[in-house]
Design a protein. Structure first.
Length: 264
């Protein structure tokens, strides 16, 4: 599904069904430097079970036009513009990593547009080391390789893959390689530069679910729990054997946590 936001094309995956704004809507916001495809299982299941689903590519990512957004605050405002373009008054927001900061900011500042919020593999502050920021700017191949190793628990490596021909860390690396030059550094700089996390967390009025990876080396679960304690109405689910790439390593567990939260 193509939308127009600020005169730029935004591609949003709708889970294999035509989007219906009259249904309860979930908006899935990917992390750095990914696109809508990371939400394949969750978005498709929910679209076929009574939900309207939008999994947009952030500007400059995947099939969406424009430069990548420089600030988490800009991403939050962009989410509301996507809702406007799709004819949605309010939605549940689901965000991974960088996307979790964007949905947190959106839920705090635009509470009338957000019914529930789900933050996966999140932390605040979401610092990026100067060495990794430099590699993201000057040597993207090296940066992607470092990120890909740190994004997965040992369980994601052979022979822990779920079936023949399926390679979790290889698929994640290829997805990062598909993004445009400069996107990786822009995304990491936005994460590193975001300062308002605890302030915004205290302002969230809707129910919030935190889904954390017990073996996450990039946004450790302890940091995610610290952020969750700042949200007035929050629930935490920890997937003990998962790393940062929760949707890739443990897609069924992520979906189960989402369904339980949505039914509550």
């Amino acid at each position: 599904m193509d939308l127009q936001v600020a005169k730029k094309k935004v591609f949003a995956y709708t889970g294999g069904k035509a989007f219906d704004a009259k249904l309860p809507t979930l908006v899935f916001i990917h992390g750095a430097p990914h696109d809508h495809s990371v939400w394949g299982l969750q978005s498709r299941y929910l679209a076929h079970h009574g939900r309207g689903v939008l999994a947009p590519d952030l500007p400059g990512h995947g099939r969406s036009e424009g430069p990548p957004l420089a600030r988490v605050e800009d991403m939050a405002e962009w989410i509301t513009a996507v809702l406007d373009a799709a004819g949605v008054k309010a939605a549940a927001l689901v965000g991974h990593s960088m996307g979790s900061l964007a949905v947190l900011e959106c839920a705090a500042r635009f509470s009338e547009r957000v019914s529930r919020v789900v933050l996966l593999a999140t932390a605040f502050p979401m610092r990026v080391s100067p060495e990794l920021l430099g590699a993201a700017k000057n040597d993207e191949d090296a940066a992607r390789n470092m990120i890909n190793v740190w994004s997965h628990s040992a369980c994601a490596h052979y022979p822990g893959n779920p079936g023949p021909g399926f390679w979790v860390i290889g698929g994640n690396l290829r997805l990062m390689q598909r993004q445009k030059p400069g996107v990786l550094h822009a995304d990491f700089a936005a994460c590193d530069g975001y300062k308002a996390g605890f302030e915004r967390a205290a302002q969230v009025k809707c129910p919030a679910l935190f889904v954390l990876g017990g073996r996450d080396a990039m946004t450790p679960a302890r940091a995610g729990r610290d952020l969750a304690r700042a949200v007035p109405n929050s629930t935490v689910v920890t997937v003990d054997s998962a790393g940062h790439n929760l949707m890739g390593e443990k897609p069924d567990e992520v979906l189960d946590a989402l369904l339980e939260f949505l039914r509550a």
